[in-house]
Design a protein around this ligand. Structure first.
Ligand SMILES: *Cc1c(COP(=O)(O)O)cnc(C)c1O
Length: 402
């Protein structure tokens, strides 16, 4: 990246744009993480995180890692080598979680789904109903598959578990959903929800955030034949976290930033933040429609409100669109991963964004698409988004002068 007067337009689904208030909150001298004062920062952060996950019990861990570390922590603290788990794979992130589970020694009952679809509720219900011996110890669901822009119905997974009266733990990957999409851990009976700092929390990468229910904590205590763990151990964390400290050096700057980002989320109102994501995503989808392009997500029920993966027409290489956007228009879009490489480009629309920023990226995408040979009418997508945003605006158009 070269130094320019204008900030590059960052529209990848993480890291997301860091608000100035968050960036400035991290621009402080290094601090003493064992001081008597430090818990005044950390204890409220732990409590406030519970509100973002909408938990009814349990606790939140903050690891100095990326989201992948929180994935690993969820598994190694609750399951034993050889345990059977139910998982589904329909994009690069759900694929990597399956890969991790296998490498850690779990026996994965796998639903391999078409990319562009999500967690297969009927199959899950079927498999759980048949598992009368309760061999399945945990059910995994990727809430928002970032590679394909697919959201799945976590309440539906809970229903499948309840219908089968199945006691398995429910693990959810919420890395690209928590703080942006509805996440109701308590109501949905989610036992471990994985997140990270660089998506909905609008921070740099470096925190693995893991919310766990009381049931998961109990599973951790009663576990036989445990998996080896050290850095990601819950036991070590609990001992020190209760007093506001950590078993090793926490990412102090990032936790300051997290405080600021939580303040911003609560100032806007978590539900308003979620509604804003739906609104901005709807504008993007209106543009995609107007361009005559299709999303990778096969049906509206899979549409993600944090990222759209857009298929380029046959004969066009999505990599060229990405490169053109980057070099010509100073705009970073998400690349196509694995099976959809070259076929899709992604617009990340989560975090600190508003209509004007979405309009900007759509404008740049229109040019990049046209430059690469996609027959786009300039103004078609941006116009459709403008139409949608102005028609559904909730703020008054005019205000009387004070
Ligand atoms: C980004 C992401 C991850 C990986 O998180 P890292 O912070 O890169 O380790 C996992 N799952 C989903 C759904 C993601 O979007």
């Amino acid at each position: 990246m070269t130094t320019t007067m204008v900030k590059p337009h960052l529209f990848i689904p993480g890291p997301t744009n860091v608000p100035d208030a968050v960036r400035m909150a991290m621009n402080i001298p290094m601090e003493d993480m064992r001081s008597a004062d430090y818990p005044k920062l950390t204890l409220p952060v732990f409590e406030d995180l519970k509100k973002v996950f909408k938990m009814k019990d349990g606790r939140v861990f903050i690891f100095p890692s990326s989201g992948t570390g929180a994935w690993e922590s969820a598994i190694t603290n609750t399951l034993a080598v050889g345990d059977k788990v139910l998982m589904s794979r329909f994009g690069q992130f759900s694929l990597l979680w399956v890969d991790m589970a296998e490498r850690l020694g779990l026996k994965v009952e796998l639903c391999d789904e078409e990319w562009g679809t999500g967690v297969p509720l009927e199959k899950y219900a079927d498999i759980l109903a048949k598992d009368t011996a309760n061999e399945i110890k945990a059910v995994f669901a990727t809430h928002n598959e970032t590679a394909t822009g697919v959201s799945s119905d976590i309440a539906g997974v809970r229903k499948a578990l309840d219908a089968a009266k199945h006691p398995a733990l429910l693990f959810v990957d919420g890395v690209s959903s928590v703080g942006s999409l509805e996440m109701r851990m308590g109501e949905w009976g989610v036992d471990a929800c994985v997140s990270g700092s660089q998506k909905g929390f609008m921070l740099p990468t470096g925190l693995g955030i893991l919310a766990v229910s009381q049931k998961a904590l109990d599973a951790n205590k009663s576990l036989n034949g445990r998996m080896n763990r050290c850095f990601f151990s819950w036991e070590d964390m609990i001992k020190t976290n209760d007093l506001g400290y950590f078993p090793y050096t926490p990412a102090t700057q990032l936790i300051r930033g997290l405080r600021a980002s939580l303040d911003l989320i609560f100032a806007e109102g978590l539900d308003n933040v979620i509604a804003r994501h739906t609104r901005l995503a709807s504008g993007v989808r209106a543009a995609v429609d107007a361009w005559g392009l299709k999303l990778c997500a096969k049906e509206p029920k899979w549409h993600s409100d944090t990222v759209s993966a857009i298929l380029v027409p046959e004969g066009i290489d999505a990599v060229n669109v990405l490169k053109t956007a980057y070099y010509r228009y100073n705009t970073s879009l998400g690349t196509g991963l694995n099976k959809v490489a070259g076929k899709v480009f992604r617009i990340g629309h989560l975090g600190a964004l508003d209509e004007g920023m979405i309009g900007g990226v759509l404008f740049n995408v229109e040019m990049a698409l046209k430059d690469c040979g996609v027959p786009i009418k300039f103004g078609s997508g941006t116009g459709a988004a403008a139409e949608y945003f102005s028609k559904t605006a909730t703020k008054p158009a005019l205000q009387s002068a004070a």
